[in-house]
Each structure stands twice: as C-alpha cells, then as structure tokens.
Design a protein around this ligand. Structure first.
Ligand SMILES: [Ca+2]
Ligand SMILES: [Ca+2]
Length: 132
C-alpha cells in the first residue's frame, strides 16, 4: 500500500473525498506495525498532534468501520475514548493525550478540520465517495 500525509486540514467527508480523488481512502490501520508506521509518517511531517484516519461510526452508532471497506480488526483506543465527544463523536483521530505514553485512537467531531492520512491499496479500487 501507499500512504500520504496531507498538511492541509479538512473535515472527515472532505478529507475522504480528497483521498478518493487520489485513488485511495482515508487510511485504515490493521495491526500495531501499520499503526507505528502511520505514527512515524505523522512525526516526520512536523508532528501535527491530531490526525484523521478512516475509522468512523457515522452509519451506525458504536459500529466502527473503515472508509476503505476493510475489516475492523485493530482498534487502539485511548482510555478516554470512544466517549462520543467532541461534537458528534462519529470520526476518529490519532491523538496523544498528556496522561498517556503513546498516540491512540480518539473519537471526534466529523465537522472539525484536521490534517489526515490517505492510503491506497494496490490493486484495489477506492470505495466510492461518502455522502454527506
Ligand atoms: Ca459515535
Ligand atoms: Ca472522544
């Protein structure tokens, strides 16, 4: 797969649409090694503290799915999350809380702008653009 960090901030649906245009989706994460890689990518890009990934429960509250349609087989929540705040709590950021050692998954507001990471899976067509 191919990964791309965006320095521009966008809300979830716009970020996903941007990744779709590039032939991918917001990044999905399936194991610790991949999560570590994504965190390295963020660090190398000036360590923006909160970065959007493709995980969301927009369709069904509490049912976490990736925008690229891959299986939800890895979740690394902060001990504070998911708690349905801030905002609608429907999207997920990688976030480092001051009282935790590592960056973790944190649910957040789908209307708020964040930098984001796209991922393109070779030989896989991008899932269609999300509706608002
Ligand atoms: Ca939610
Ligand atoms: Ca939260």
């Amino acid at each position: 797969s191919c990964y791309k960090f965006s320095h521009k901030s966008a809300r979830f649906s716009k970020a996903e649409a941007y990744c779709n245009k590039e032939g991918g989706n917001l990044v999905s994460i399936h194991n610790k090694a991949e999560f570590d890689f994504v965190k390295t990518l963020i660090k190398n890009n000036r360590g923006r503290p909160e970065v959007l990934i493709g995980l969301n429960d927009r369709q069904s509250e509490g049912k976490w799915v990736w925008t690229d349609g891959t299986t939800t087989d890895f979740l690394d929540w902060s001990k504070h999350d998911p708690n349905n705040v801030p905002g609608d709590g429907d999207i997920v950021r990688i976030k480092k809380y001051p009282d935790e050692k590592d960056s973790k998954f944190a649910d957040g507001d789908s209307r708020k702008n964040y930098p984001f990471v796209c991922k393109k899976i070779y030989g896989k067509k991008a899932e269609p653009i999300l509706r608002e």
